[in-house]
Unconditional design. Structure first.
Length: 752
């Protein structure tokens, strides 16, 4: 373009033609812009308009020349933020076009062109911050590994060593019978290593260390989840039900042989007609005075035990939950040890076992159905820690309340709701390790004239994975807290701990479900290949959201605990006094909104941990008060409490979620206080900030509706989430490496 006065328009022309994406309307927008410029002569306007004639596009050589003119005229690329900045650099030095800045910026807005995108078109590879971002090592990975492993580091190291052995190579056969036998063989190896009996008392061959047992479960989850569930059914559900619900005679008879896998067993609670509603189980255990026995019976087909792990092939005995009947009186659900097969694997008389067959995942676990036809067992087979039948044939219990006895019995099994979320956490760590390491290697696109760049450099890819990484770290510390609360529990805390365990089971498993889906998509077609492990992780953890309690049901339990401070069935929550009590206390706890804080957007404030925690606490207390107020209003209006809770059921999930998010953030912040190494603390603090702000961003509609924040603040939070993702990106690979997952367990070819 010979007229130097017209050089200012070159960046516009280049943008129009280089991507070929502008529409007829957008061409018209530029034409109108040119026509209103009074300092251009008619001839100059005509020359400019000829450059945006759709029927006469520029040649390839002309496009290349425009790009060269632009790049050669920009001395300081860091100063270029918009099309207008480039226009100034290109225009005749004797021509002052500063008065046109508003017009140019309006044009950029009308065209939907972002200044940052503009400058990226004119940067070489060397000048591109996107291309130059790369993995670095800004901290000692081993220090974070040590923090994550904590006091269980020794047992974690041992388990990793065992599952890295050649005999633990993944089973690739699609025949479920082959897979089941492989998993059984793995369990036997673990039993031989004294890992199965870790939680049992030492006098029965165990390690008497429940903390190590949970660590074993979590670490095994880096390997194969069928193994984890088989291991958990045998040594956790079956063994721990005997330990928790039985007494000394049961320990002496069973625990050692359960721990060595000499007696493979089952945990037979769920029935076809009754899953989460344990009180509604229909299997009966009828006491016979004459010979002091119980008769275990399945009254109809829908009362059969279903989805029972270890049942279809290997189980020789089961803890069976059944209604105790004495003299035609129902004494509620109790637990009994019932033989299923002899030592040769032959099914015993009166026992009918079915095979659940192929499942969505966990096909190394032999889930089955069990029906009982007048099966007689001795009186001693009742697990009688909390209830028994005396010599006179009378029911007796140290706990007088039927309801309290029932929940005390179930409360002893809360360990499963700690093992499962920790297992899910490990699966999320595996998925994130594969996806983040792959995205650091996988290259796509790149600046013009430069090489392709790692897809982890792209903001959207960071947005997809790094908030999940932050959440996974946060959940890790929250589950450590839950585990410690459980290990050091007192009687008065049990209801709160049970609710927290139910909530964290839901929070962790839902989180894992979402993380693995994102990891699969983030790996593209490679993530769809079975060899890269994400499909197995996804399919195997899918059931985690509904076993050990359906997540939605468990979240209702959490919410009711928060509302009433004790757990009772829906129909028994008729006390208006309790509802009033909760409502009044929650109402007085709501923090006053600060008019200045609702608009505060400076970086120091947005990154402040106290701001994060107060925002979470405010949401938790406000939602709790709102739910309590609504229930009170419904009950005052004549609605039955059961119906009132049903009406607000969706709000109950919000109550539980807000409580759990506060706990998770709080525990992440508490963990940070224990970190002494500055570099470690710095990177973990960024993760903590990302978790907090990502949750606030997710809930921004609520904060806006509530008036706790204004739009200017939620927009600033969105930008800060983007910035934190960018800041964390160089450390992302090191942060997943800190999980220290054995390479033999990752076993994904895309990482090679």
């Amino acid at each position: 373009m010979k007229n130097t006065k017209l050089q200012a328009f070159i960046p516009l022309f280049y943008l129009v033609w280089s991507d070929d994406l502008l529409t007829q309307k957008e061409f018209a927008t530029i034409q109108n812009f040119i026509n209103i410029l009074s300092w251009l002569s008619p001839e100059e306007k005509q020359e400019l308009l000829s450059k945006i004639d759709i029927s006469n596009p520029p040649s390839r050589n002309e496009l290349a020349q425009w790009k060269q003119d632009i790049e050669s005229s920009i001395q300081d690329k860091s100063s270029i933020k918009s099309v207008f900045d480039i226009a100034v650099a290109l225009s005749d030095k004797d021509l002052d076009i500063s008065t046109l800045e508003a017009d140019f910026r309006k044009l950029e807005n009308d065209l939907g062109v972002l200044g940052e995108e503009v400058i990226q078109n004119f940067k070489t590879k060397e000048g591109s911050f996107t291309a130059n971002s790369q993995t670095t090592s800004n901290f000692d990975v081993q220090k974070i590994t040590a923090l994550l492993d904590g006091k269980e580091a020794a047992i974690i190291k041992k388990v990793k060593s065992v599952i890295s052995r050649p005999e633990f190579a993944y089973e690739t056969s699609t025949d479920i019978n082959v897979f089941r036998e492989t998993v059984y063989k793995w369990c036997k190896i673990l039993a031989d290593e004294n890992l199965g009996n870790m939680a049992y008392p030492k006098q029965y061959g165990g390690g008497e260390n429940i903390a190590d047992y949970f660590a074993i479960m979590e670490t095994l989850s880096y390997h194969d989840l069928s193994l984890v569930i088989k291991f958990g059914v045998q040594f956790g559900l079956w063994g721990m039900s005997v330990q928790s619900l039985g007494t000394e005679k049961h320990y002496a008879k069973y625990l050692k042989d359960i721990g060595t896998l000499k007696i493979p067993g089952c945990f037979a609670m769920t029935e076809t007609n009754h899953g989460s509603n344990v009180k509604g189980l229909e299997t009966t255990a009828t006491y016979n005075h004459n010979d002091q026995t119980f008769v275990i019976h399945t009254p109809h087909e829908k009362a059969q035990k279903e989805y029972i792990g270890n049942a279809a092939v290997h189980g020789q005995m089961a803890t069976v939950f059944a209604k105790l009947i004495i003299d035609n009186h129902d004494y509620g659900v109790n637990a009994f040890v019932v033989p299923l097969r002899d030592t040769n694997g032959k099914t015993l008389d009166g026992i009918t076992i079915g095979d659940c067959g192929h499942k969505m995942g966990l096909n190394g676990v032999d889930n089955g159905t069990i029906s009982f036809n007048q099966v007689v067992i001795p009186k001693d087979n009742m697990l009688d820690r909390f209830a028994s039948v005396n010599e006179k044939g009378e029911f007796q219990s140290p706990i007088p309340s039927d309801n309290r006895r029932f929940f005390t019995m179930l409360g002893t099994l809360v360990g499963g709701r700690i093992g499962i979320p920790r297992s899910a956490l490990a699966a999320a760590k595996s998925g994130l390790t594969i996806a983040i390491r792959y995205s650091d290697q996988r290259r796509q696109f790149g600046p013009e004239g430069g090489l392709e760049v790692p897809i982890l450099n792209y903001r959207m890819h960071q947005r997809r994975l790094l908030p999940h990484l932050a959440k996974t770290y946060a959940v890790h510390f929250a589950l450590q807290y839950l585990t410690n609360r459980f290990l050091n529990k007192t009687e008065s805390e049990m209801q709160e701990i049970e609710a927290l365990a139910a909530g964290m089971k839901s929070y962790s498993t839902w989180s894992t479900r979402d993380i693995l889906q994102e990891c699969r998509e983030a790996c593209g077609g490679k993530g769809y290949l079975s060899e890269n492990r994400i499909d197995a992780l996804k399919n195997d953890t899918e059931i985690y959201t509904t076993f050990e309690g359906d997540n939605t049901v468990l979240m209702q339990l959490v919410a009711k605990n928060r509302l009433s401070e004790f757990r009772k069935a829906f129909g028994e929550m008729g006390s208006l006094g309790i509802i009033n009590y909760v409502y009044e206390n929650a109402k007085t706890a709501i923090a006053e909104k600060n008019p200045i804080a609702t608009r505060k957007t400076d970086d120091e404030h947005l990154l402040d941990g106290e701001f994060h925690l107060q925002a979470f606490i405010h949401r938790e207390k406000t939602i709790l008060a709102s739910a309590a107020r609504r229930i009170k209003k419904l009950v005052d209006g004549g609605l039955e409490p059961y119906d009132a809770f049903n009406v607000v059921q969706h709000q109950m999930i919000d109550v539980a979620e807000a409580y759990l998010e506060r706990i998770v953030l709080e525990q992440f912040q508490e963990a940070l206080k224990t970190v002494e190494d500055e570099k470690t603390k710095e990177v973990l603090t960024r993760l903590n900030q990302l978790y907090a702000l990502a949750q606030i961003e997710k809930n921004k509609a609520w904060y806006l509706e509530d008036g706790y924040m204004e739009a200017v603040k939620t927009k600033a939070i969105r930008k800060m989430v983007n910035q934190l993702c960018w800041d964390i990106r160089p450390d992302a690979v090191a942060l997943v490496n800190a999980f220290d997952i054995p390479e033999s367990c990752l076993a994904a070819p895309i990482l090679l």
